[in-house]
Design a protein around this ligand. Structure first.
Ligand code: BGP
Length: 469
């Protein structure tokens, strides 16, 4: 396989899904602290004990042990997010919280100790709760200023330690999960399209502003957008289905198009017009949007089908986005369809469209794992299903590289078990490292290497040559 020499192999997590310590060292609450059921449930008025994220996998206290394990696998890069409310507990505070800043200093130093580059998501479903409650999150223009303060603070502090930045995790997911993704408290069914797209506009401007500021403050850094990719296939060859696919894909491409081209595309203007959406665009917004990203990063878990036939348009169980199941594909235990070729397809489509380097920052299999004796006095998980999932996807990444697509790197999602975003469970495990914690809150939090741990180590050491075609 022809993975480039400097290919960034690694793994990814998000602060809210692993750190725990939800109210320690001056951290304020964020929206995750009141979402014990993930996007599947209604928010609570305050944190409740059944919320797995309050403790997470206790990464906040155990990161040294975990980074050491990542280094043992040979990680070149480690993607995590900064929890905004550790830095600005309310989001609109005048001064940052020094203890929060010190934590990430120490985490990034720990990565560098082993030659691991941190890849930092600035906002990964972690809007400070106060901003959600007081301003209705990104619906309010004021959020741009608070985000700007936050990015200036973290760029100034970590500019010499972090080369790779992402502005918003899965920025397009706000259309489907307005609270989780956009900190919008107005319930989805009451949220008008006008307010939803106004929030989108504010996030796009904030993202371009972060890009502009990053280029000014850290000329050597690379900053990218991050989109949830979901290649959409026509359910039948009927031309109506193809047009339905085109429209569905436009709603996703729109976010990347603005980040890469620096302006709103025609098809979205038409959509706004036909849906009586009139964005309030400030004078400076158009100039800010022209500051375009250095690379495009994305998550890839599955593809979906689309049709114009309303009868058939029954909902599948997909990621945040739903979609119609593909009759040719198997599914995970959570109903996410498994389609390794989709990642080759998406890499080619994104490259053809944007001509920007691409970074796969999430891909992986959420599964129920069984911890068993390893025969040497320890414990392990025989996760051959995870190995074959990752192998098959990486083979297709190799194919895309052969197709001529510049791929910067690959970080598997949940390189260590963590709490799921969509359902807030721990039993949906993604890691190479098993964490002894169950959804009833029991467990020692001890770490165990799964079989996939050794497998990934070999893949990285061979720069992909050990993959099985
Ligand atoms: C993406 C999110 C991640 C992550 C992943 C897996 O949408 O960016 O935060 O959680 O999906 O989803 P889940 O945790 O629901 O299995």
């Amino acid at each position: 396989m022809t993975f480039p020499k400097n290919f960034l192999w690694g793994g990814a997590v998000a602060a809210n899904q692993c750190e725990g310590a939800y109210n320690e060292d001056g951290k304020g609450l964020d929206i995750q602290d009141i979402m014990p059921r993930g996007i599947k449930g209604a928010p609570m008025s305050e944190p409740t004990e059944d919320n797995m994220k309050l403790v997470g996998i206790d990464f906040y206290h155990r990161y040294k042990e975990d980074v050491k394990l990542f280094a043992e696998m040979g990680f070149k890069v480690f993607r995590t997010s900064i929890a905004w409310s550790r830095i600005f507990p309310n989001g609109d505070d005048a001064e940052p919280n020094e203890q929060g800043l010190a934590f990430y200093d120490s985490l990034f130093d720990e990565c560098h100790k082993y030659g691991i580059e941190p890849l930092v998501t600035i906002s990964h479903y972690e809007t400070p709760l106060h901003l959600a409650k007081k301003y209705d999150g990104w619906v309010n223009h004021a959020l741009i200023g608070f985000y700007e303060n936050y990015v200036r603070t973290i760029f100034a502090r970590y500019g010499s330690k972090v080369k790779y930045w992402l502005t918003f995790n899965e920025i397009n997911s706000v259309l489907h999960a307005p609270l989780m993704s956009g900190g919008i408290m107005t319930p989805k069914e009451k949220l008008s399209l006008q307010d939803l797209y106004q929030a989108v506009h504010h996030e796009l401007v904030a993202s371009a502003l972060a890009t502009k500021i990053a280029h000014e403050m850290m000329p050597k850094a690379k900053i990218g957008c991050m989109v949830l990719s979901m290649p959409t296939y026509p359910l039948t060859p009927h031309p109506d289905d193809l047009i339905a696919v085109m429209k569905a894909e436009h709603m996703n491409y729109f976010f990347g198009d603005v980040h890469v081209r620096g302006e709103y595309p025609g098809y979205i203007k038409r959509y706004f017009k036909e849906n009586q959406i009139e964005l309030k665009i400030e004078k400076e917004d158009e100039e800010i949007l022209t500051h375009t990203v250095d690379f495009v990063s994305f998550s890839y878990y599955m593809s979906v089908c689309e049709t114009a036939d309303l009868e058939k348009k029954k909902k599948g169980e997909g990621n945040l986005m739903g979609g119609i199941p593909n009759p040719y594909l198997p599914s995970s235990e959570w109903g996410w369809q498994i389609d390794p070729q989709g990642i080759r397809y998406v890499l080619n489509m994104f490259w053809d469209r944007w001509q920007k380097p691409l970074f796969i920052v999430e891909n992986g299999l959420g599964a129920v794992d069984e911890l068993v004796e390893d025969g040497q006095g320890g414990k392990t998980v025989h996760d051959d299903y995870r190995i074959s999932y990752l192998n098959d996807h990486l083979v297709q990444v190799g194919e895309a590289i052969e197709d001529g697509v510049p791929v910067m790197g690959y970080t598997t999602w949940g390189c260590i078990d963590l709490v799921s975003a969509s359902t807030a469970e721990l039993k949906k495990r993604y890691g190479f490292i098993y964490v002894d914690r169950k959804d009833d809150g029991t467990g020692t939090l001890a770490r165990y290497k799964k079989k996939s741990f050794g497998w990934y180590k070999e893949i990285i050491a061979s720069n992909g040559d050990a993959l099985k075609k």
